[in-house]
Design a protein around this ligand. Sequence first.
Ligand SMILES: *Cc1c(COP(=O)(O)O)cnc(C)c1O
Length: 476
Amino acid sequence: MKLIFEKSVEGRSCSILPPCDVPAAELPTALARDKAPDLPRLCENDISRHYTQLARRTRGVNGGFYPLGSCTMKYNPKVNEVAAALPGFTDVHPLQPAHTVQGCLEVLALAEQYLCEITGMDAMTFQPAAGAHGEYTGLLLIKAYHEHRGDAARTKIIVPDSAHGTNPASAAMAGFSVVNVPSAPNGCVDLEKLREAVGPDTAGLMLTNPNTVGLFDENILEITRIIHEAGGLNYYDGANLNAVMGVARPGDMGFDVVHLNLHKTFSTPHGGGGPGSGPVGCKELLRPFLPKESVAQGPDGYALEDQPCSVGRVKEFYGNFLVVVKALAYIITLGREGIPQAAKHAVLNANYMMECLKDLYDMAYDARCMHEFVMDLGRLKGETGVSAMDIAKGLLDNGIHPPTMYFPLIVHEALMVEPTETESKETIDEAVEVLRRLYSQAQEDPESLHQAPVTTVVRRLDEVGAARHPKLIFPQ
Ligand SMILES: *Cc1c(COP(=O)(O)O)cnc(C)c1O
């Protein structure tokens, strides 16, 4: 397939830009270009065909099963996109006076109220644009809390090794040093090691729950108690809330601050490169430190206010507002009954799929999983030479997007499968059959799997080469 620049024909064009509806302004000459930008020259159907061709070459949720663990590649109702495209939401300016955007502020206030109800928190900010950005923001709150109390010694954040990779990175970015705590053989936090790790320098703990091996930590109340007794605060990485929403609340489990990934759980697709939203909810004790500009109900309707000891802004204005519109539409559509039902389906689908496979494939942990499970292909590789990578590539030949591979790092030859709550039994049954067939293929004809994929647009890629020597400009 040619690049769009190679399709360009001098003199060709199309006018798809709307007419200018503001007074034309002269650019200062210092800012003007020397020559016009080298944009491709194409007519409308060239452009339409180009992008349609590109879209057909990618694998997405609308094309088929996409069980990418830790990513929640579920189907998101299109109606929520319609809600977010309403002109009352799209044609506003963030600097408009509050009395002219009461509807938008009500969206933020209602989303805050519902998501606080779902998480058991007291207040929330929508500024962070992603999960990791939320982690960073939540950690700033913890830092500000200790500093405000004059307790400068609390410089360490405890992060279990089953945490999402962003957790230690965010803690380091927020200026903490990271203390790693290993997991016990059952995949949950090792309590003895945790007790040894806490002390007067403990600022807090970050717990990914369900953790990266798909397990709900069975000692969660004990974990948060240990941290609180040591004087630290508890951070809940709630990116994967689709496993627990409406069923259990971080706020009831002893957590002081939590982030959510609206672009996983709450109806914005994940993995498209944005926009995302990683709101941070907190208990009353952290409210004074929330980022600037929260929505409050005043005598004349909704208004914006700053918290007294705010950590400042972590993003301009209110974050990615339209993502919040979609989340609110989703919550209202599902309601009090639908939210826990979606969570239960996420857990049921994962456990069903795991049970259908575990006589052939080894599971990393022999336990009831939450929304995802981890297969350990170490034995299969030893017996046949077929690796997790080979099985993943074999799935591509069968029209299925691979699960997350070689993550979490604590399981070698890992395939981490998240069917999500929006898949039917038929789809899961088909995927199970494909995986079972690939297992036989690995025994009978391992070479064929080393060759996979053979039906895709490109064959097996040199991933290291692509990372080390990326071709980022055209022409090379
Ligand atoms: C996805 C994810 C994150 C990071 O979210 P981003 O929006 O990609 O920054 C953090 N924690 C967990 C558990 C996740 O699954």
